[in-house]
Design a protein around this ligand. Structure first.
Ligand SMILES: Nc1ncnc2c1ncn2[C@@H]1O[C@H](COP(=O)(O)OP(=O)(O)OP(=O)(O)O)[C@@H](O)[C@H]1O
Ligand SMILES: [Mg+2]
Length: 460
């Protein structure tokens, strides 16, 4: 593209420019030669009714015309009455004869050509006497090498400039293409390295053009990949550890039963119920892992308007036995008309996990307060407890997968550290936000904001 533009410009410069200058010189020659010829003819016709050699010579001496190579004055009979030739006149005689007869018929004729590095121009004009009759012809010719030389000089200058421009643009284009190719190659190399799993590979970014932008984007993409890969690796490690622990307990308990030959029935009973508890924990953990995978894969269940208050009431019914067992009081203050665009399952997951935590990490005799309020553009769910709270340094991590502040206590309570991460993902999936704060009086407060559901305008 770039080359074609340059080529078109060069061709224009080499042709149009030269033809235009040549045509300009032709026009200038035409006026000069015709004026000369007509001046001579006018002088002759003013002086004579009949042309003679002496008479013509006399007039021509007096006129003293300069700047012409060849002047011929021809009588009506076609004979030359006057002829001076101070240079070259290589006009074709038959061509001259033809134009003389044209002039004898009363017409002005001009002809010019550029060849052999010179302009050779001829003009013919009739000499007319006082009665208006043609009595002869003036023929003037000019052979101009000087202007020809200027034109040829111009031509060769333009040619040299063109060659220089062409070479420069070839150099420039080659350089630009080379740099682009070089940078593209390094990006390609980086893509290859990252594809092979080398996530630490960085592209060195220089400048601020599109390729630099591409490099920058690539680097941040690689960073993201590295993070994701790191999270995945940690998740797999944590998950397998989480599954290994109860399996090891089951193995240990069953081995004890098998190897101990005189084991009494009560102990067997106790061990088997422990095995049952571990198995239950395993199935709970796998169930939670499956929920997380569903959330990760954004498996969408059709949504509908859900009344949070009725879901909370149902959930509290489920959790009351646990609260009673731990000697915890459950209080609730729930506004009506809190509709969200979600699924009952999602709201259940959120409420269940938050309230279960508030009971599990509470102190005997403590309480849990669930409140649901509705403002103009927000639905706010708050779960307060009077429990052990989360130490300030752990606060940023409690929503991470498998994160538990007190591993022993949580495991004892049957926890896997997945509940809050499921809650946060579910809340976000429903367009809401969640935050955890430590209460000044002790215990934790979890606050969830939901966008309210607005029923479509009815026609009635
Ligand atoms: N209300 C709370 N009071 C004090 N600590 C809490 C509270 N809620 C959560 N935590 C802390 O945050 C950790 C993570 O909670 P999360 O619900 O994710 O896991 P879990 O309760 O241990 O297990 P799971 O919910 O999967 O059965 C808990 O182990 C606990 O240490
Ligand atoms: Mg929990």
């Amino acid at each position: 593209m770039y080359f074609s533009i340059i080529a078109i410009l060069l061709i224009l410069m080499n042709t149009y420019f030269l033809t235009a200058s040549r045509d300009m010189i032709f026009a200038q020659k035409k006026s000069f030669l015709l004026v000369q010829a007509i001046t001579i003819a006018a002088n002759l016709s003013a002086s004579f009714n009949d042309l003679t050699v002496d008479g013509v010579n006399q007039i021509m001496d007096r006129l003293d015309v300069t700047g012409l190579t060849h002047i011929t004055i021809i009588g009506i009979d076609g004979n030359a009455l006057y002829d001076t030739n101070t240079g070259t006149d290589n006009s074709d005689p038959s061509f001259v004869a033809k134009n003389i007869s044209e002039a004898l018929a009363g017409n002005d004729v001009f002809y010019s050509k550029f060849s052999g590095g010179a302009f050779s121009s001829s003009a013919f004009t009739p000499v007319i006497d006082t009665t208006g009759a043609v009595i002869g012809v003036v023929y003037v010719h000019e052979y101009d090498v000087e202007q020809g030389a200027i034109l040829i000089g111009l031509q060769s200058t333009i040619k040299s400039i063109s060659v220089v421009i062409l070479l420069l643009s070839i150099l420039m284009v080659t350089f630009v293409i080379w740099t682009i190719m070089h940078r593209l190659t390094s990006i390609l190399k980086a893509i290859e390295s990252v594809r092979e799993g080398e996530y630490n590979y960085r592209i060195q970014v220089h400048g601020n053009d599109e390729l630099a932008l591409l490099g920058d984007e690539f680097n941040s993409l690689t960073d993201r990949l590295r993070e994701t890969e790191e999270i995945r690796r940690r998740f797999v490690a944590d998950a397998s550890h989480e599954l290994k622990t109860p399996l090891a307990s089951i193995r240990l308990l069953s081995d004890s039963i098998l190897q101990n030959e005189d084991i009494d029935l009560d102990t067997v009973h106790e061990f088997v119920s422990d095995i049952g508890a571990e198995a239950e924990r395993l199935s709970r953990t796998t169930e939670k892992l499956m929920s997380l995978t569903r959330l990760d894969n954004k498996v969408t269940v059709p949504k509908e308007p859900v009344d949070i208050r009725s879901v909370i009431s149902g959930t509290l019914r489920m959790l009351r036995p646990l609260a009673e067992k731990n000697n915890i009081r459950l209080e609730s203050s729930l506004d009506g008309g809190c509709l969200v665009w979600s699924t009952e399952d999602d709201i259940y997951q959120i409420v269940f996990n938050l309230v279960e935590n508030a009971i599990k990490y509470n102190l005997p005799g403590g309480s849990v307060k669930i409140s649901l309020t509705r403002t103009a553009d927000n639905i706010v769910l708050t779960v307060d407890d009077t429990g052990i709270g989360v130490p300030e340094p752990d606060l940023p991590y409690i929503f991470d997968r498998f994160y538990r502040v007190d591993k022993a206590r949580s495991r004892e309570a049957g926890g896997s550290g997945l509940g809050l991460s499921i809650v946060r993902m579910t809340v976000r999936e429903n367009g809401g936000t969640i935050e955890a704060v430590r209460r000044e009086t002790g215990g934790m407060r979890f606050v969830v904001h939901f966008p309210p559901y607005h029923p479509p305008e009815s026609d009635y």
